[in-house]
Design a protein around this ligand. Structure first.
Ligand code: HPA
Length: 272
């Protein structure tokens, strides 16, 4: 953890050498949702490879820029493209953006992702507010010695998804006529998609949607005392044998829903 603090401090120093900036809100955008960053005004785009200690993303559809600027009247820092555990990154690398946002001074983290809808009420193109999660990634980003300056040894996860932000985004969505479903997200490591037996088990546990990200970021955000707002784009159904996920479809559906999700998040940001 001492190592993380040093790396994050060097990354912050580099970012501040480009622009003195203190974002209120941090965003981590998932597959096909990169266009949200294009709406940020007065923006500074920093390629990931220029930021000290920042991993570089390898997946198609993940552009790999930190975009900083004004959005919804707020100063934001937006990670366009995330790091997945299945790509071979360590949990420290997967969650490096969250540590960086916390060190830059953000107190809200907005996360989007693509997910498969297990609950029969979820269909491709739906937006789902994540109300809670199940960590089935087989690991935890906080394993190892704890640095009390970064957060507590045993952080509570009972309010990992902030209720006030959830209430806010629900009212903004209803004012805009955007249907926002809600549910529990189960995070798996991937990269193989789920078997029918796994999907059945996850549904019985109370999960509504399944994906391969977000859970590590939210755990570290809780540790760092950031308030989290998380939304899944349901890109495919994931029920029993009817699991039609493939990466092209995930990007396609996420790309189509992206613009309305961008407007929803912008209006929400303005009222945080
Ligand atoms: N399973 C796991 N991850 C996913 C899926 C899925 O069906 N869709 C998008 N990400």
């Amino acid at each position: 953890m001492r190592e993380i603090k040093r790396k994050v401090a060097e990354a912050v120093e580099y970012i501040h050498s480009l622009r003195s900036f203190s974002p209120q809100v941090g965003l981590i955008l998932g597959s096909g949702l990169g266009q949200v960053a294009e709406e940020i005004e007065d923006r500074l785009m920093i390629p990931y490879q220029d930021i000290p200690h920042m991993p570089v993303s390898t997946v198609r559809g993940h552009a790999g820029h930190l975009v900083m600027g004004d959005w919804g009247g707020k100063q934001v820092a937006c990670f366009q493209g995330r790091f997945h555990y299945y790509e071979g990154y360590s949990m420290a690398e997967v969650t490096f953006p969250v540590r960086l946002l916390a060190a830059l001074g953000a107190n809200v983290l907005v996360v989007t992702n693509a997910a498969g809808g297990m609950n029969p009420s979820l269909n491709p193109g739906d937006l789902m507010l994540i109300t809670d999660h199940i960590n089935f990634m087989g690991t935890n980003p906080l394993i190892g010695p704890n640095d009390a300056e970064l957060g507590p040894r045993f952080p509570s996860m009972t309010s990992a998804y902030d209720r006030d932000l959830a209430t806010l985004v629900c009212s903004v969505a209803s004012e805009m006529g955007i249907e926002l479903k809600h549910g529990v997200y189960i995070g798996v490591s991937g990269p193989s998609f789920e078997t029918p037996a796994e999907l059945k088990a996850f549904s019985l546990w109370g999960a509504d949607a399944v994906g391969m990200s977000t859970v590590p970021e939210v755990i570290v955000a809780s540790h760092a005392d950031l308030k989290v707002l998380a939304i899944s784009v349901i890109t495919n159904i994931a029920r029993g044998e009817a699991h039609e996920a493939h990466h092209g479809q995930v990007l396609d559906v996420a790309g189509k829903v992206g613009p309305s999700l961008a407007r929803l998040l912008e209006k929400t940001c303005a009222r945080i």
